[in-house]
Design a protein around this ligand. Structure first.
Ligand code: SDX
Length: 439
C-alpha cells in the first residue's frame, strides 16, 4: 500500500497588489476539466473591501457546470463531452435530453423508458386551455408562452418541492414533454383553429408537427424529412452554457422559486432580439433587404455606430469563429429545401449576405460570424411556421437546457441566492428638501 503522504500540489494563486496601500492579496486559481481557469474571488470583498466590475459578465464565471463546453475561438460546442455535430447528425432530441439531464447517452432500455415517460406527460391539464381565451388572438406567441408556462405551477403542486429529487425529476419530464403541446396550442389559438391533442404513437418531433399543423377534419401526413429536420433543430438549440436566458433561470432558481416559474423567466429573457428573438429578427431583416443588390447598403449600415441597425444572426459573445450550430443549420437548410423542392429567395439572399460579410474587414476584425439564429428561420419558414413562432421553437428546445442547468444548480451543496453588487454612481447622502423650498 502506498504509505507516502500524497504531495499536496501547491495552490496556484494570482497576487493582487493595491498600489495605493501596497497591500497584497493572493487569490486562488481553480482549474476546470478544460477551458479557461478561474480566479476565485469569493473572499475578495471581505479581504479588500472592493468588488470586481464586469457588467455583461464578459470575464465572469458565475458557476461551475459539467453540462456544456464552448471554445469560442475554435468554434467547439460539446454537451457532456459529445460534439454538437455528432449529436445533431447521429443522435435524436430525446437522447440529448437524457444526456443533458442524466450525464450519459441512454442505453436501449433507458431510452425506451425515457421516451415512454416523456410521451405520457405530453398532455396538459384540461383547464390550461382556458388561459388562452384571456389573450388576444394576435398576441405575440412568446407573450402567451411566458404566461402559460408560468401558470403550470398553478396545476402541478406535486412537483414543486425543489428539495425532493423525485419531484425535480417529474417537473423536468413535465416541462420537456408539455412545451411542444403548449407551443402548438399557442399557434392554433393565434390562427383560430382547434387544439390538437398529442398522440402517443408519434415521436417527439412528429407529435410537435402533428399538434401544430394537423386539423381534426382530415388525416395529416407527417413528412419524415420535416420531422428529422425538426429534431435536429431542437438538438442544436438544446443548451448553450451560461447564456442570458440560462443565467436568468439560474438566478431565479437561486431564490428557490419553483421550476415552472424559473423556466417562464428563461422564456422571457430568450424573447429579446439580442438573444433568442434574433431568429425572428433575421427574417424581418432579410425581407427588408429584399434583394442582393441592397446587401452593400445594409452591410454599411451595420458598421455605422450612429445607425442602430445590426446584422441580425451575426456575432456572438463567445464564438469568435463560425458557430458550429450555424454550419449544421445551413447544411440542413439546404438539404431540407432541396428535398422539399423549395427555392426560397431568402436562402439565396442569406448565403450571399454571409459571403459578403465574411469578406468584409469590419466583420473579420471583430470576428463576427453567423450564429445559430442566422439560418434557423429559413428552415422554420419552409416548414410552415410563421415568423413570430420561431423564438417559441427555440424555447421548446432550450427547456431541457434550462431545467438541466437549474437541476445542477439546486444540487450544488454550496448553492446560495445570487445577489450581485454594484458600483454606486448616484448622489451621496443629502438632507430632505421640503416641497416649498424646492426650485
Ligand atoms: C443567441 O449567449 C449565447 O450563447 C446565446 C445563444 C444561445 O444559444 O443561447 O448562442 C443564442 O442569442 C445568439 C445571438 C443572437 N443575436 C443576434 O444575432 C443579434 C445580433 N448580434 C449582436 O447583437 C451581438 O453580436 C450579440 C448580442 C450576439 C453579442 O454581443 P456582445 O458580445 O455584447 O458584443 P458587442 O455587442 O460588444 O459587439 C462587439 C462589437 C461591437 O462593435 P464595437 O463597439 O466594439 O465597435 O461588434 C459589433 C458591435 O457593434 N457587433 C456587430 C454585430 N454584433 C456585434 N456589428 C454589426 N452587426 C452585428 N450583428
Amino acid at each position: 500500500m502506498n504509505t507516502a503522504v500524497p504531495q499536496q500540489k501547491p495552490q496556484k494563486t494570482v497576487t493582487l497588489i493595491d498600489n495605493e496601500t501596497g497591500k497584497k492579496f493572493d487569490l486562488p486559481i481553480i482549474d476546470g476539466s478544460t477551458g479557461p481557469r478561474v480566479i476565485d474571488i469569493r473572499k475578495l470583498y471581505a479581504e479588500t473591501g472592493m468588488f470586481t466590475y464586469d457588467p455583461g459578465f464578459t470575464s465572469t464565471a458565475a458557476c461551475d457546470s459539467g453540462l456544456t463546453y464552448i471554445d469560442g475561438d475554435k468554434g467547439i460546442l460539446l454537451h457532456r463531452g459529445y460534439s454538437i455535430k455528432e449529436l445533431a447528425l447521429k443522435s435524436d432530441f430525446l437522447e440529448v435530453c437524457h444526456l443533458l439531464l442524466n450525464g450519459e447517452l441512454p442505453n436501449k432500455q433507458q431510452k425506451d423508458e425515457f421516451v415512454n415517460t416523456v410521451t405520457r406527460h405530453t398532455m396538459v391539464h384540461e383547464q390550461m386551455q382556458f388561459f388562452f381565451r384571456g389573450f388576444r388572438r394576435d398576441s405575440h406567441p412568446m407573450a402567451v408562452m411566458v404566461g402559460t408556462v408560468g401558470a403550470l405551477s398553478a396545476f402541478y403542486h406535486d412537483s414543486l418541492n425543489i428539495d425532493d429529487p423525485r419531484q425535480r425529476e417529474i417537473a423536468a419530464f413535465r416541462l420537456i414533454a408539455k412545451m411542444p403541446t403548449i407551443a402548438a396550442m399557442v399557434y392554433k389559438y393565434s390562427i383560430g383553429q382547434p387544439f390538437m391533442y398529442p398522440r402517443n404513437d408519434l415521436s417527439y418531433s412528429e407529435n410537435f408537427l402533428y399538434m401544430t399543423f394537423a386539423v381534426p377534419s382530415e388525416p395529416y401526413k407527417i413528412s419524415p424529412i420535416l420531422a428529422r429536420a425538426m429534431d435536429r433543430i431542437l438538438i442544436l438549440h438544446a443548451d448553450h452554457e451560461q447564456n442570458a436566458s440560462t443565467s436568468t433561470v439560474r438566478l431565479a432558481g437561486s431564490s428557490r422559486a419553483n421550476p415552472f416559474a424559473c423556466i417562464a423567466s428563461g422564456i422571457a429573457s430568450l424573447w429579446g432580439p439580442a438573444h433568442g428573438g434574433a431568429n425572428e429578427a433575421v427574417l424581418f431583416m432579410l425581407k427588408e433587404i429584399g434583394d442582393k443588390s441592397r446587401i452593400p447598403e445594409y452591410i454599411k449600415r451595420s458598421k455605422d455606430k450612429n445607425d442602430s441597425f445590426r446584422l441580425m444572426g451575426f456575432g456572438h459573445r463567445v464564438y469568435k469563429n463560425y458557430d458550429p450550430r450555424a454550419e449544421i443549420m445551413r447544411d440542413t437548410c439546404y438539404e431540407v429545401l432541396g428535398e422539399l423542392g423549395i427555392k426560397d429567395p431568402l436562402l439565396e439572399l442569406a448565403m450571399e449576405l454571409e459571403k459578403i460579410a465574411l469578406k468584409d474587414d469590419y466583420f473579420i476584425e471583430k470576428k463576427l460570424y453567423p450564429n445559430v439564429d442566422f439560418y434557423s428561420g429559413i428552415i422554420l419558414r419552409a416548414m410552415g411556421f410563421p415568423t413570430n413562432m420561431f423564438t417559441v421553437l427555440f424555447a421548446v428546445a432550450r427547456t431541457v437546457g434550462w431545467i438541466s442547468q437549474w437541476n445542477e444548480m439546486i444540487q450544488e451543496p454550496t448553492q446560495k441566492i445570487g445577489r450581485p453588487r454594484q458600483l454606486y454612481t448616484g448622489p451621496v447622502e443629502r438632507p430632505f428638501t421640503p416641497l416649498d423650498r424646492r426650485k
